[in-house]
Design a protein around this ligand. Structure first.
Ligand SMILES: Cc1cc2nc3c(=O)[nH]c(=O)nc-3n(C[C@H](O)[C@H](O)[C@H](O)COP(=O)(O)O)c2cc1C
Length: 343
């Protein structure tokens, strides 16, 4: 490991395994927060595969109430396991909200549960969230961003990191640096930048080169995110952003071996035969935690993403897409009539 991103890019061997890269950074790979997709169950199985250094939870929405602990532990049950997934990978809990006082009070309550860190969401594009002045819309209000980050930083014990995740902007990228400087100036220890504006949504491309300006201007680690689907994408992102710290979202869901592949270029991909038991374990967790009528949908949602990487997933998806009964789905996919009990 080498030191955090700061100052101009350094020449030298790449911490993630490439040879010609120039960026500085720690070479860490984070698993992205994805509300409705990448929850504690999928974090559990994806972190078993390896290659992920840290996760960020889906957002916990803060309004004007002090959340009961059970809200924090429902979204981040890893808090009951020392803040780690069963595979031992730390999980940072993410808060979303716009009132500095409420955010600070809730962050202090969350901090008492011992998360690895607290992340603040300044990237959510959802209309219902933005309408209530949360998520990406705050990127038009850097002063408020500074108030939120500062209030949370002061409310949380110094040993608990506070990071922030942002997009390039709301409607355009003209204030990216201003927002990043507001976050760091108010005490954020690390920034994750999803290299698109809210207006860009999830439409490719991601503008990785725009992250480089922030990376060069701040003295905390900057993590590049967005549209990394392959090890080759990761290499291009590293070169353009100047960051060797990456966050992977949909790419890890589509290819659970992606983080390992980024670390060891040329390594064999994770075989389908190794994925099936992981899917079976995931379905067992879903069976335990999710209402029966939504269970098949959760497995098919993952299978849908896997189609991008695995032809076997495409075949399986076509075969099971109309099945809604969990037992029937388990039989069709795993050849087992009953859903395996969660470990
Ligand atoms: C279904 C879905 C849910 C998401 N939920 C969150 C969230 O709760 N918090 C957050 O900061 N970002 C969220 N994101 C954004 C991702 O963390 C990530 O920034 C984005 O997907 C780009 O990375 P990727 O191309 O590797 O997927 C979500 C994205 C998706 C597709």
């Amino acid at each position: 490991m080498i030191g955090p991103s700061a100052g101009p890019p350094q020449a030298g061997p790449h911490p993630l395994g490439g040879s010609t890269a120039v960026p500085s950074g720690r070479g860490v790979i984070l698993l992205a927060p994805m509300e409705g997709l990448l929850d504690h169950m999928l974090r559990d199985v994806l972190t078993r595969v390896g290659g992920i250094d840290r996760c960020v939870s889906e957002f916990i929405r803060i309004t004007d109430m002090l959340m009961p602990n059970k809200v924090f532990t429902r979204i981040v049950p890893e808090l009951l396991n020392g803040g780690r997934t069963p595979a031992g990978v730390p999980v940072r809990a993410q808060l979303l909200g716009s009132d500095p006082v409420c955010m600070a009070e809730n962050a202090a309550k969350l901090a008492a549960l011992g998360p690895e860190g607290i992340d603040l969401n300044f990237g959510c594009p959802a209309k219902c969230v933005n309408r209530h002045r949360g998520g990406a819309v705050l990127l038009d209000e850097p002063e408020l961003i500074a108030d939120i980050v500062g209030a949370v930083r002061r409310a949380v014990p110094a040993h608990i990191p506070v990071s922030a995740k942002m997009r390039l902007g709301y409607l355009d990228a003209s204030r990216t640096l201003e927002c990043a400087l507001a976050m760091v100036g108010a005490g954020a220890d690390e920034l994750v930048i999803h290299a698109r504006t809210k207006l860009d949504g999830y439409k490719p491309p991601a503008y990785w080169e725009r992250i480089a300006e922030v990376r060069a201007a701040v003295a905390v680690p900057v993590v590049a995110n967005g549209e990394i689907w392959t090890a080759a994408d990761a290499q291009t992102c590293i070169e353009r952003s100047g960051c060797s710290d990456l966050m992977l979202g949909r790419g890890m869901v589509a290819d659970p071996g992606l983080a390992l592949a980024i670390r060891s270029p040329g390594a064999e991909p994770l075989p389908w035969g190794q994925l099936l038991p992981l899917m079976q374990d995931f379905f067992a967790l879903v069976h335990q935690h999710v209402a029966t009528r939504h269970q098949a949908g959760r497995l098919k949602q993952w299978l849908h993403y896997l189609r991008r990487r695995y032809p076997e997933a495409e075949e399986a998806y076509q075969r099971v897409r109309t099945i809604n009964a969990p037992d029937e789905l388990a039989l069709a996919l795993f050849g087992a009539p009953h859903i395996k009990e969660a470990a």
